[in-house]
Design a binder for this molecule. Sequence first.
Ligand code: HEM
Ligand SMILES: [Cu+2]
Length: 659
Amino acid sequence: MAVSADRDTQVASENLREIWETPDALSRLLSTVDHKYIGLRYVVTAFLFFVLAGINALLMRVQLMSANNTFADPQIYNQWFTLHGTLMIFFFATPMLFGFGNYFVPLMVGARDMAFPRLNAFGYWVFLFAGLFMYASMIFNVAPDGGWFAYVPLTSKIYSPTPNLDFWLLGLMFLGISTTAGAINFIVTIFKMRVPGLSLNRMPLFVWTILVTSLVVLFAVPALTTANILLFLERTFGFHFFDSEGGSPLLWQHLFWFFGHPDVYIIFLPAAGIVSEIIQVFSRRRVVGYTLLAMSAILTGVVAFGVWVHHMFAVGISPLVNSLFGAASLMIAVPAGIQVFSWLATLVLGKPRFKLPLMWIMGFILTFVIGGLTGVMFPAVSFDRQVTDTYFVVAHFHYVLVGGMVFPMFGAMYYWLPKMTGRMLNKGLGYWHFWLFFLGVNGVFFPMHILGINGMPRRVYTYATDMGWEPLNLFITVSAFVIALSVILFIVNIFYSLWAGKQAGDDPWGGATLEWATSSPPPPYNFEQMLAVASRVPVWDEEIHEADSSRVANINVHDADLDINHIEKELIAQRDPSDVYKLETIGTTLITAEADAIYHMADSSTLPLLLSLALLLLFTAALFHQWLLAAIAIVISIFFIALWLWPEETREEAREETA
Ligand code: HEM
Ligand SMILES: [Cu+2]
C-alpha cells in the first residue's frame, strides 16, 4: 500500500512538473509566468534599486560631512536627493513588498499561481524597464531634481527647462501601469483563488494587508498618474493646469498628496503583515487580536485618504481646514496603536524565540514607535509650521520608512529566503548585519531631530561653519557608512549561503501557514494535492493531528473530515480524472471560500515582455518628443495586446489535431 501510494505520488508530481514547468533556461528567462520566478525577480531588482538609492544617500552624506564642502555642487545635490527619494519610495519599497506578495500570497492561499499569470509577468517587466528608464537619467546626468514630490512651479517648464523632470513624469506614469496591474492581480487572486476552507476570517494577516494595500493602490495611483499627465502636457504643449495663467500650483499639491499620503500605507501595510506573520511564528502562539489586526489594516486604508492636507499645513489653507485634517491625522494613531499592542501581547503571552527574523521585528517596533511619536506631533499645526522642511521631518519619515519597512523587509529576508532558495542564511553574519544596521540607522536619523530643531533645513547642499551643525553632521555621515557596511555583510551572506548555507528543509521555523507545507524552494506547481484547510494556522493544526512529514498529502480535498462543501465534491466528481494534469487551479467563493469553479491558467509567453518593450519605446519616444515614433509604438502595443487576447486553442483541440 505504502509503496504504491508513493509511486502514485511520484507519477503525479512528474506529470504536474511537466505541465507547470518551463524547462529550458532561456525560454524561462523570457517567458515564464511562474509567480515564484516573478516574485524573486521583483525582490532582487528592488534590492538593486535600494543599493543604487543608498549610494545616492552616501554621496549626499559625504557632501554634508563638513561645512562649506565642495564635493558636490547644488545642481548635482538636488539630483541626488530627488533620485534617492524617488527610487526608494517607488522602485524599492513598493516593488519589494509586491515581490514578497507575488511569491507568498499564492503559496499562503494554496493556489498554484496568481490569477493572471501573464499580467503578473508583464507587471515585472514594466517595473524593470521603468526603473532603468528612470535611472538612465542619472547616467546621462539629467536626473530629476525637483524633489520626490516635484512641486510646481519649480518643476514647470520656465524653471526646469531641461528634460530632467520629464524622466520623472514619464518614468512614474510607466511604473504606475505595473503597480496597478499588480494590485488587480492580488485582489482577484485573494478573492477568488484561496483554497476551500480558507474563508476571509482565516486568511493569513500578510494576505490581508496585501489585499488592503492593493485596494489603496487602485484608488491612490490614478491621482498621481493624472497629475503627471497634466504636468507633462503643460511642460510639453503649454497647457495651463498649474501655472498662474488660469491654473493653480496648489492643484499639484492636492493631487500629489492625495496619492502621496496613502502611499505611505501602501509601503507600511504589507510590512505590518510581515510583522504579524513573524511574531506569530516566533512567539509560537496564534497572533493576539487577529480580527483587530485585520480591521486596523482596513481602517488605515480608509483613513489614509482623509489626511493628505497635513503635508500642506504651511501653504496657507484656512486654519479650520488645517485643524480638521490635523484631527483626522491623529486618528491614524489608533489603528497603529492597536497593531503595536497586539504584537506586544503576542510576544508577552507566547514563548518568543529571538532568532534573526524576530530580532529584525524587535528592531522594527523600537524604530517605528519613535517615528510614530514624532508623527503624532505634526498634527499640532503650530508645531508643524516650526519644523516643516527641516531635518526634523527628514528624521521622522526615515524612522517611519526605515523602521516601518526596511526592518520588516530584512526580517522577511531571513524568514522567507530559506523557503525561496532552500538554504539558510548564516547566523553569525546575520547578527553583525542586524546590530550594525540598527546602530547605524539610529546614529544617522536620531541626531537629525536635533539638527532640525536647531533649524537646519532639508535639501540644502551645504551650511556655514558658524551654524554649529558640523559635529552632528560628521557623526551622521560616519553612521551612514556603518549602515552601508551592514548591507554589504548581508549581500555577502546571501552569496555565502547560496554556496554553502545549511539546507533549509521544508519548514525550518515551525511555520503556521501554507507556504511551509511544501518543499523549499516549492515545485513549479506549488502543491501536489489541491489543499483544503480548516484553520487560520493550518500547518500547526495539522501537526497537532498528524506528526508525520506528509502533511500536504494529508490535507487534500478528498479528506471528508474537512467538511468540504458539496459543490466542490460535485466539481471534483464531474472532472475527467486526466483533468488533474492540466494547468488549472480551484476557484472559491469570496467570503467563505467554498469551491465554485475550476480555472484554467495561462501558459508561459513572451508577449508580456514584448508588450513592455513596446511601452518602453513609447515612453522613450515621448521623452524625446518623437511623436511619430510614439504613434508607431502605440500601434505595436495594440498588436501585441491583440495577440495576447487572441483565443487559444484548447489542449483538447491540440490533442485532437495531433491525433
Ligand atoms: C538606509 C539609509 C538611508 C540613508 C542614509 C538616507 C539618507 C537620506 C538623506 C541624506 C536624504 C536627503 C536629506 C536632504 O538633503 O533633505 C534623504 C532623503 C530622503 N530619503 Fe532617505 N536615506 C535612507 C533610506 C531611505 C529609505 C529606505 C527611504 C524610503 C523607503 C528613504 C526615502 C527618502 C525620501 C523620500 C527622501 C526625501 C527626498 C526629497 O527631499 O525629495 N530613504 N535620505
Ligand atoms: Cu502624510
